[in-house]
Design a binder for this molecule. Sequence first.
Ligand code: NZQ
Ligand code: ZN
Length: 389
Amino acid sequence: MLGKFSYSNPTKLYFGEDAITSLNKELPKYGKNVLLVYGGGSIKQNGIYDRVIELLKANGKEIFEDAGVMPNPTVEKLYEGCKRAKEGKVDFILAVGGGSVCDYAKAVSVSVYCNEDPWDKYYLRMEDVDNEIIPVGCVLTMVGTGSEMNGGSVITNYESKLKIGHVFRENVFPKFSILDPTYTFTLPKYQMVAGFYDILSHILEQYFSGEDDNTSDYIMEGLMKSLIHSSKIAVKNPTDYEARSNIMWTATWALNTLVAKGKATDWMVHMLGQSVGAYTNATHGMTLAAVSMAYYKEILPFGLAKFKRFATNVWDVNPEGKSDSQVALEGLEKMEQYMKEIGLVMNLKELGVTEDMIEGIAKGTFILSGGYKELTYDEVITVLKNSME
Ligand code: NZQ
Ligand code: ZN
């Protein structure tokens, strides 16, 4: 059932080849001093950096660079970015990169004028922003997180072994995002497929909640079918524009708040994956892939009707002559085959998890109640153990 809600998404998108020229429309809206945030250097190798600098200069901007945002950005890097933004008295933050860079830019945007430790306020206490926010724009180079059109911002604190995401309100969403599918062509295959699974996982986390038959479920089935189809093509030919553009668009809609409408939402695979990330610094999408099968097998009996629907509507399992459980399990088997086919990491050992980490990872896993079964601590341990091989 779709209950009462209001809906809006303030991020303006510019999609397609050479969408970067839209910076000419957006940059004049903001002040002169721009913090240019990017990662470890891929944008210098593929030429995106030069193009962005050219456009910033053509728009008369003073550029302050904040490079070296690492995958899974750390709290120490956040403090450094705030210092840099303050020194430059920046009016605007331009994030050029993947989810890590976009998430980090949002974290800096709310933290520069925060009068206490932003880790405590936003990540441990999950408080709203009550200070000035520096506007953010994104140029996306890696597809998966949906950070380009949402308020999510995930920061890792390795000292306390916690990786936590704050979903900020609309005033923190990027003002605009530039989505050029050709910018993703240079991604290494490992990152590309990790991103594909991140998208699928975002959809599954929302789909596998609630028994209700609503529009969101149908939209999600369509998004999943498009993703499965296009990702198989992209794995064989990473420069297939049709496939990469479909995937880029799917990723945005998978996590821009639309399909969550009417859904309780689960997010346990992400809670498990994030805790794994805090212990291993593994690639986000791979942490999700490694725990998914064990998790879904654990909760399947509690959401049987939906798992059956997933099998027939998404994986085309023929239900004739089979019990509901058989159909549901066949759906998961097809998903597992697909995951292996596109080259995902299917177990935690391969991500560097050792037996002695399991307890700590379980303790760092926030248990949420929106899915079909609220896990106990022991069940979290079981899922992690079953994900080891
Ligand atoms: O740092 P550089 O040199 O740019 O290299 C990056 C990085 O090593 C590389 N890369 C990106 N674009 C490239 C490229 N290499 C070649 N060509 C390109 N065009 O890819 C690597 C991974 O980038 P990263 O930004 O870390 O990946 P992703 O987009 O998956 O972001 C992961 C982060 O987002 C968080 C994750 O937890 C993780 O910290 N998430 C954010 C969410 C949100 N905002 O809603 C939700 C997600 O569930 C997720 O938790
Ligand atoms: Zn994710």
